[in-house]
Unconditional design. Structure first.
Length: 237
C-alpha cells in the first residue's frame, strides 16, 4: 500500500532521516495542539499540554521502534504497544463518577487514547492515516455533540438529577410524573447529599404519552417540573 501524502511530500519523508524525524514530530505537535485546544476551550480536565505530550510521546516511541527494527535490534514494536497500554491506563484513571451519578471525563479519556494511536501513525510515517485520524477525532469531539444532544433530547428515555426540599414529597413528584404520562423505570437515592437538608435522587424515566413524545423536548418537561414548589433543583443527566 502506498501512502499518498507521503508520496506527495517526497521519498525522504518515508525514511528515518533527520528531516523526516523533525517533520513527524512537528506534525504530531501541530495536530495534537489543535485537538488539545478544542478540549481546553470546553474546560475539560485534559487540555492542550496533556494532548500534546501524549501524542509526542507516542510519536517518539514509534520513531524509536522504527529505528530499532531497521537496525534488527528488535522484532516487535514494543515501545508503541507499551505506550498504548500506558495511555489506556492513564485515561481510565481520569474518568470520574460525579455526585450526580454522571460519568465525567470518558470522552476526553478515549480522545487521549485515540490521539496516542494517531501519534504512532505519525511516528511510523503513515501520514495519510494520521491526518485522516486527526480529521475524524476532531469531528467527533467538536461537531458530533450537537447531533448527540439532538438525538438525546428526542429519545423517549432520559435520566434526571432531582433535589427535593422534603423527602416526603417524593410520592407527590411520582404522582405528577404519572399524570403527565411519564413512566418511572428506576429511582436511586444519592448518598452524597446526606445531611445537606435535601433529598436527592437519580431517576430514570420513559415518556409514554404520545403527545409528549411528539411535541415536548426533555428541556421543556424539566422546565415544567422545576416549577413545582417542593423541587429545589432538577436537571437532565
Amino acid at each position: 500500500m502506498t501512502d499518498l501524502i507521503g508520496s506527495w511530500i517526497g521519498e525522504w519523508a518515508s525514511t528515518l532521516t533527520a528531516g523526516a524525524v523533525l517533520l513527524r514530530l512537528g506534525i504530531s505537535l501541530l495536530l495534537s495542539a489543535v485537538i488539545g485546544w478544542e478540549r481546553a476551550s470546553k474546560r475539560h480536565s485534559a487540555g492542550l499540554r496533556t494532548f500534546i505530550l501524549v501524542c509526542l510521546g507516542s510519536t517518539t516511541a514509534a520513531l524509536v521502534d522504527c529505528f530499532m527494527l531497521s537496525q534488527e535490534k528488535m522484532i516487535l514494536p514494543i515501545l508503541s504497544a507499551s505506550v498504548l497500554v500506558g495511555v489506556g491506563i492513564l485515561s481510565i484513571s481520569s474518568v470520574l463518577y460525579s455526585s450526580k451519578s454522571q460519568i465525567k471525563g470518558l470522552t476526553t479519556a478515549v480522545g487521549l487514547w485515540a490521539c496516542s494511536t494517531m501519534g504512532i501513525a505519525i511516528g511510523i510515517g503513515f501520514y495519510t492515516a494520521s491526518l485522516g485520524a486527526f480529521a475524524c477525532i476532531l469531528l467527533c469531539l467538536h461537531e458530533l455533540p450537537v447531533l448527540e444532544r439532538y438525538l438525546k433530547d428526542r429519545s423517549n428515555h432520559f435520566e434526571i438529577h432531582l433535589e427535593l426540599t422534603d423527602r416526603r414529597r417524593l410520592q407527590d413528584f411520582i404522582t405528577t410524573l404519572r399524570r403527565l404520562g411519564i413512566r418511572i423505570d428506576d429511582i436511586e437515592s444519592n448518598p452524597a447529599y446526606i445531611r445537606s437538608g435535601l433529598s436527592v435522587y437519580s431517576i430514570s424515566l420513559t415518556i409514554t404519552r404520545e403527545e409528549l413524545e411528539r411535541y415536548k423536548a426533555h428541556s421543556d418537561i424539566i422546565k415544567a417540573l422545576s416549577t413545582l414548589e417542593y423541587v429545589s433543583y432538577i436537571e437532565e443527566i
